[in-house]
Structures are given as structure tokens and as C-alpha cells.
Design a protein around this ligand. Structure first.
Ligand code: NDP
Length: 315
């Protein structure tokens, strides 16, 4: 049978390119988990995806009710789950004030981390039940959360601090809207959420890899400087950033190339190692990359996991 993969945020950018790359092989059925049904259907159509290779299902990661409803809908569909890709994200670099999810969490960490955390936890059993030869849970990370890199050192840097804002509910009322308890900075909220994504992948690996055999992985797909991720940035930035990445840093990758990379992490028989953060070199060859000290701190990973469990109602 075909492999069955859920990709969140498959209506745009990296998620769409990955869905397309997998669907084109004819070996995968892609469940496109998206908040905007019509946009996702249109995106799949204009990418030339064949209807028999995908299903759009509604998922709004800014609502824990929606995450739970998505899981119920998926389970009722009786489709198997072989790979889950947590890809969707929001990035609000220019926001002066935080905005919030339906459950009252700061939006960046609420969507990128907490929504995916609940989704992945609720679907772990389904992954475990699959008889597919290589079951995988992939959470998209980023270089920007890794302060051991040049890109990760552009201020404001990621820093989860002692997690006091997260522990307080990240709601901007009786706690800060930032994980470290500091003043709200949109770009930092995004980077912090990516650190949570990478820590979560490693904590999944420590808790469940041996028992289940599931591969847990994260990746930095390269700088896809022209996706909709930058939609909230000023026009000048959106014009110059791709050029800067193409001609100065030379770190630019196209949506198509990044989609191939993530599709590789989903399906390549050689990328089954668990607990790994994948990156690609200039020749587009994958390698196991080093995470920053904070993004690989096991004690922080455990505490983020435990606090997140409480926030999403699992503990
Ligand atoms: P896009 O903005 O193009 O895609 C983001 C996707 O997430 C869209 O499908 C969007 O849906 C979806 N999304 C946003 N909010 C929600 C929500 N509340 N519920 C469900 N889905 C939602 O960005 P990219 O493709 O660039 O980003 C994809 C991933 O790649 C992210 O995890 C990002 O951190 C990562 N990444 C990107 C890099 C880059 O250079 N672009 C570099 C490194 C990592 P909609 O279409 O409805 O808006």
C-alpha cells in the first residue's frame, strides 16, 4: 500500500512543496492538515497534485479544540498514519503587541509549539499502530533558534530562560507572553518556538524511540527566503531578503528544493536515524547537524515537555 503522511501547513511554502514532492512519487497519500480548506485545495490543484494522492483535512493549530477535532476526524477516516510532519508556523516579526490563540497562549509559541505538541502526542498511538516499515515523526526546526550559528546570533536571539512565562501560561495577563518572562518581541517568540520544536523532537526520542521504534527527527531545510512565512514583514525586507540570501550568504534554497529535502526526511530509507537534526550542505547532501547548547539541553527539554503537557491539558 501507499504510505500515509500528515503534513501540517501544506497550503503554502515548504509544506506544499513537500506534499507535492511526496504525491508525485505515487507512493504516498498526503493528508494536508490546513486551516483554510479552500486555499489548500486550490494550492494542491495549482501544484498539479493528483486528487487520488491527497486529502485536505481541517486543522487550526491556534485552537486546541481544533487539534482534538482534527485527530478525531483523522481517526474516523480509518486511514493509517505512517509519518507525521509538524511543519506549519506563524512568524510576526513586526508585531508590537502579542496576539493569542483561542486558548489564550501567545500566538507564535501557541501555534508552532503547543498546537503541534498536542497533535503529536495525540497521534503517537496511531503512528505506533502502523505496520509501515519506517514510521517517523518530524518537527521542522530552524537555524534561527540555534545560537551556535551566525544566523542564530542575529538579535533578538532565542532564549527560553528559566521558562517562567511558559509556566505561567504565556497569556500576557498573570504571566508574560514570552517563554522567558520578558517583554514581547515577535521575532524572538518565533525563534523560541523553534527551540521548543527541536527540544520536543529530542524528548520524544528519549521517551519513545526505544519502546516504539519510531524515528523522531528535526531539520533545517535551508533559507527559503521567499515563502509566505515573511508575509508580515515590510515590503522592502521581502524584496531584499531573498536577494541577500541568494547573493551574499548563498544560503537561499527554492521552495522546490526545500520540499525535496523534507520529503527525503519523510521517506528516504537512509534517513531512519532517530533523534537527529538534519541539514544540507552546499551540494544538497544531508548531514547530521549540531544543535546549540540550549536547543539540545535535556533538562530544558524535559521541563518544556512537562509544562506543555499541563498547558494543553494532557497532565
Ligand atoms: P509559509 O508561511 O509559506 O507556510 C506556513 C504554513 O503554516 C501555511 O500553510 C499556513 O497556513 C500554516 N499555518 C499558519 N498558522 C496556522 C494555524 N494556526 N493552523 C494551521 N496552519 C497554520 O511558511 P514556510 O513554508 O516558510 O514555513 C514552513 C516551516 O518551515 C515552518 O515551520 C518554518 O519555521 C520553517 N522554516 C522556514 C524557513 C524559511 O526560510 N522560510 C527556514 C527554516 C524553517 P495558511 O496558508 O492558511 O496561511
Amino acid at each position: 500500500r501507499k504510505g500515509s503522511v500528515i503534513v501540517t501547513g501544506a497550503s503554502s511554502g515548504l509544506g506544499l512543496a513537500t506534499a507535492k514532492a511526496l504525491a508525485e512519487t505515487g507512493k504516498w497519500h498526503v493528508i494536508m492538515a490546513c486551516r483554510d480548506f479552500l486555499k489548500a485545495e486550490r494550492a494542491a490543484k495549482s501544484a498539479g497534485m493528483n486528487k487520488e494522492n491527497y486529502t485536505v483535512m481541517h486543522l487550526d493549530l491556534a485552537s486546541l479544540d481544533s487539534v482534538r477535532q482534527f485527530v478525531r476526524n483523522f481517526q474516523q477516516s480509518n486511514m493509517p498514519l505512517d509519518v507525521l510532519v509538524c511543519n506549519a508556523a506563524v512568524y510576526q516579526p513586526n508585531a508590537r503587541q502579542p496576539s493569542f490563540t483561542a486558548d489564550g497562549f501567545e500566538l507564535g509559541v501557541g501555534v508552532n509549539h503547543l498546537g503541534h505538541f498536542l497533535l503529536a502526542r495525540l497521534l503517537l498511538d496511531d503512528l505506533n499502530k502502523s505496520e509501515y516499515p519506517s514510521r517517523r515523526l518530524i518537527i521542522v526546526g530552524s537555524i534561527t533558534g540555534n545560537t551556535n550559528t551566525v544566523a542564530g546570533n542575529v538579535p533578538p536571539k532565542a532564549d527560553l530562560g528559566d521558562l517562567r512565562g511558559l509556566a505561567g501560561g504565556l497569556n500576557g495577563l498573570n504571566s508574560s507572553a514570552m517563554i522567558n518572562g520578558g517583554t514581547f518581541i515577535g521575532a524572538k517568540a518565533y525563534k523560541d518556538s523553534k527551540v521548543c520544536n527541536m527540544l520536543t523532537m529530542q524528548e520524544f526520542h528519549r521517551r519513545y524511540h526505544e519502546e516504539t521504534g519510531i524515528t523522531f527527527a528535526s531539520l533545517y531545510p535551508g533559507c527559503i527566503a521567499d515563502t509566505q512565512l515573511f508575509r508580515h514583514h515590510i515590503p522592502e525586507f521581502r524584496f531584499l531578503f531573498p536577494l541577500f540570501q541568494k547573493y551574499v550568504t548563498k544560503g537561499f534554497v527554492s521552495e522546490e528544493e526545500s520540499g525535496k529535502r523534507l520529503a527525503q526526511v519523510v521517506s528516504d530509507p537512509s534517513l531512519t536515524k532517530s533523534g537527529v537534526y538534519w541539514s544540507w550542505n552546499k551540494n544538497s547532501a544531508s548531514f547530521e547537524n549540531q544543535l546549540s547548547q540550549e536547543a539540545s539541553d535535556p533538562e530544558k527539554a524535559r521541563r518544556v515537555w512537562e509544562i506543555s503537557e499541563k498547558l494543553v491539558g494532557l497532565a
